[in-house]
Design a protein around this ligand. Structure first.
Ligand code: TMP
Length: 254
């Protein structure tokens, strides 16, 4: 396992060379960062939980015809994914004002938005992920007009589906971030959903109490971070049972 070639290490995940050409292994870390790496921490068990949650959500999305990079979960922390050419854009979809949009426009957190709002950020740690427009994306060549059309259409479908799925388990999908990649076949290119979908990159509030069950608990020092991620996994029916093959496994690895 240690001999595997590391392709890329990000803040929350490591990508290793996969077993077959065109595949990668996506390994989820317990590391957490916020505010572009200014705040750092470890949430024990987060990698295991996000691996399961993202597997579950990506599988459901695949089922309804959204192309994703996900192939299958390999073990507690790792999943096999298709190798994609990552488009260097973070697509944020918002249903309710929270976080940076609330601050930017002076809107009270929790105010429903008139309709889903899409924002784009350029993925660059050095620049602190600046917000960008569609014109920046096409003029600077990060994605073409058709790519952008595909990303918007997919983002809105993902949003509609996830709103309903989370509502079914008593969670309000306030906002979330998606990343996309290109997959090339002989004479074709397809845009697919990549990265992960987990409480690291979604805001999820309990529908009854408005309790935050996502990374804002870490960002804002609210405590109970791991418990919040566990609660999301539990509601989705993917909380790993404690046992030799489950939570005890990754604890041994750390
Ligand atoms: P924001 O309100 O801080 O702009 O965040 C909007 C959503 O995007 C929220 O669900 C958290 C997610 N997000 C990421 O996944 N990565 C990031 O780097 C940032 C800034 C936000």
């Amino acid at each position: 396992m240690s001999r595997r070639r590391k392709i890329y290490e990000g803040k929350a995940k490591i990508m290793y060379e996969g077993p077959e050409p065109g595949t990668l292994i996506q390994s989820f870390k317990d590391d957490a960062t916020a505010f572009n790496n200014e705040k750092k921490g470890t949430i024990t068990g987060k990698g295991v939980l996000n691996n399961r949650i993202s597997e579950f959500l990506m599988t459901r999305l695949n089922d309804i015809g959204i192309p994703t990079h996900f192939i299958r979960r390999l073990n507690m922390r790792e999943q096999l994914v298709r190798q994609v050419e990552i488009i260097p854009i973070e697509v944020v979809i918002r249903n309710v004002a929270a976080g940076s949009i609330a601050k930017r426009f002076g809107i009270e957190e929790g105010t429903p938005l008139p309709r889903a709002i899409i924002e784009y950020y350029y993925k660059s740690d050095e620049l602190g992920d600046p917000m960008i427009s569609e014109d920046h994306i096409t003029a600077f060549g990060w994605a073409g007009v058709q790519d952008l059309d595909d990303m918007v259409a997919l983002s809105l479908r993902v949003n509609d589906f996830l709103i309903g799925m989370f509502l079914g388990v008593g969670l309000r999908l306030v906002d979330f971030k998606l990343e996309f990649g290109r997959v090339y076949s002989e004479d074709d290119m397809q845009i697919v959903l990549a990265d992960e979908i987990s409480p690291d990159n979604c805001r999820l509030w309990d529908t009854k109490t408005n309790e935050k069950l996502d990374k804002d608990r870490f960002r804002r020092d609210l405590g109970g971070v791991k418990e919040a991620y566990q609660e999301v996994a539990r509601r989705l029916g993917v909380l790993p049972e404690a046992g030799p093959m489950d939570l005890k496994g990754p604890q041994g690895i750390q």
